[in-house]
Structure formats: structure tokens, C-alpha cells
Design a protein around this ligand. Structure first.
Ligand code: GLP
Length: 261
């Protein structure tokens, strides 16, 4: 696991966009794993700017989102399919239907989960997965207690996650759905490269467990310690509880630029 601590949030966007740009240059048909939430927005903003400047194209790429609320009606602004379209997909040149997400409106939710796994597999798997992290250490919507080998499935959201996400629903906790469909931890672990973005003090405890804690279903993101290629991009506030913070800084400072992340 590589830990990169950068003082400016914009620099996090640049570094992640560099990795995605390099991937698309060598593999224009790359499959991207797209996360919702506020953390990856700097990455999407940077990629949209590069697309507008003609520096990158998604025309042949595919995308898969991580998760979806159950039951939010089509067109609801907080439905993750709508969100990812608004914040990223509609701002670049993905082909029609190139970005898929779990179907939280399916009449058979279990079947929708299975077919989502098939779709990711059929596309050749995810080349680069962008991730955020919840304050309770969840990735996608894999809440504490999730099986470390889980696949795409129906989950019940914790109160903490619903409180955290209420800001997107007019601070009305009752408006936040109770259930979701989410890629499992086992599904996410199959991505070839995982780039996790965490910023702000509120993420410091989860980041501490992710990077330096014991692997445990209580902090689901810790499963990433078993992945061979994870890059964790942090600002100073999110890194404030890391024991080896000086080591991470020195390591990154002495890394040759050409090596990338
Ligand atoms: C939601 C999403 C996660 C995201 C998390 C953190 O729960 N399902 O994918 O990582 O929020 O979001 P934020 O980046 O806004 O803090």
C-alpha cells in the first residue's frame, strides 16, 4: 500500500488523473471503477478539464459504479446513477451506455446483483478503481461487519452512514434510504489498481485503521492491505493519525516522478 500525503486537495486530483490518463493512453478500452461521494470530485474535475483540453478521451472506455441506494426513483438527484452522470460522465466523452451501476429499482434485487457481477466480469474486470472511505471505514457501502470476501449484494446502511449522507438529502435523515446494493469487498479487491482518496479530519480514524490497523471486518477498508496495488491519497488532515507519517512523506518525496503511482 502506497500512502501519498499532499497538502493541496487539487494535487490529489492531479495525481489520480495522471494515473487514469496513463492507463487510457496505453489501454483506451480501460475499465474504470467510479465512486460517488465528495472525495473523488477533485479527480473528476481534473479529468473533465483534461478532456476539455483534448488531453484524454473516454470514448472507448467503460465504467462501473460501486453502489446504489435501493428504491430511489429514476431521476432522483441523489440516485448514484444520476450523481455519477452529473459529476463526471456527462462532462466527458463516454459512449452511450458505457457506464453501468447496480440497479436499485430492479424487481429482483438479488438477480440484479448477480448480473452486475457478470457485467463487470464480462467487461474484463476493473483496471483502476477510484474509492472514497466512510468515517466508519466502509468502502462502497460495505459497512462494518461485511464479509471480507463479499460480492455484490443488498446491504442495510448503518445509522452513521445515513447521518453522514443526510447532507445530500436536505439534512433529513428520514429521506436517506435504509438499503443499498453494493459491490462486495471481494468484488472490489479484483480491481487491478485501487486509488483511494480521503481528505479532512473526519476521515483520520478510518485512514489510521485502513493503513496501520489490523485487518478486520469491523473496519472493512482494511481488506485493502491484502491488495498488491493500492494507492492512498491523503491531505494532511486525513493523515494526522498515522504513526509512520514521516516515513510516508519521505518515501514519496524520494520517489522518481516517472514511476507514477
Ligand atoms: C458513501 C459512498 C462511498 C463513499 C462514502 C464517503 O457512503 N457509498 O462510496 O466513499 O460515502 O463519501 P465522502 O467522500 O463524501 O465522504
Amino acid at each position: 500500500m502506497e500512502v501519498v500525503i499532499l497538502p493541496e486537495i487539487e494535487a490529489i486530483g492531479v495525481l489520480a488523473a495522471d494515473a487514469i490518463g496513463e492507463l487510457l493512453a496505453r489501454k483506451p478500452t480501460a475499465v474504470l471503477g467510479l465512486a460517488t461521494g465528495s472525495s473523488p470530485l477533485v479527480v473528476y474535475d481534473e479529468l473533465a478539464a483534461r478532456w476539455a483540453a483534448g488531453k484524454v478521451s473516454f470514448a472507448q472506455a467503460r465504467g462501473f459504479t460501486l453502489d446504489e441506494y435501493v428504491g430511489l426513483p429514476a431521476g432522483h438527484p441523489e440516485r448514484y446513477r444520476t450523481v455519477i452522470d452529473t459529476v463526471f460522465v456527462s462532462r466527458v466523452d463516454f459512449g452511450k451506455g458505457a457506464v453501468d451501476g447496480p440497479d436499485g429499482l430492479a424487481s429482483d434485487l438479488r438477480a440484479a446483483c448477480a448480473s452486475y457481477e457478470d457485467a463487470i466480469h464480462g467487461a474484463g474486470g476493473v483496471d483502476l478503481q477510484i474509492l472514497g472511505i466512510g468515517t466508519d471505514g466502509h468502502i462502497a457501502f460495505n459497512e462494518p461487519g461485511s464479509s471480507l470476501a463479499s460480492r455484490t449484494r443488498i446491504k442495510t446502511l448503518t445509522k452513521q452512514t445515513r447521518v453522514d449522507n443526510a447532507r445530500f438529502f436536505g439534512d433529513d435523515l428520514d429521506a436517506v434510504p435504509t438499503h443499498c446494493l453494493t459491490q462486495g469487498l471481494g468484488t472490489i479487491m479484483e480491481a487491478r489498481h485501487i486509488v483511494l482518496v480521503a481528505t479532512g479530519r473526519g476521515k483520520a480514524e478510518a485512514v489510521h485503521h485502513l493503513v496501520e490497523g489490523a485487518v478486520s471486518a469491523m473496519w472493512p477498508a482494511t481488506i485493502l492491505q491484502h491488495h498488491p496495488h493500492v494507492t492512498v491519497l491523503l491531505d494532511d488532515a486525513a493523515a494526522r493519525r498515522l504513526q509512520l507519517v514521516d516515513y510516508y512523506r519521505e518515501t514519496y518525496l524520494s520517489k522518481p516522478h516517472w514511476q507514477g503511482i
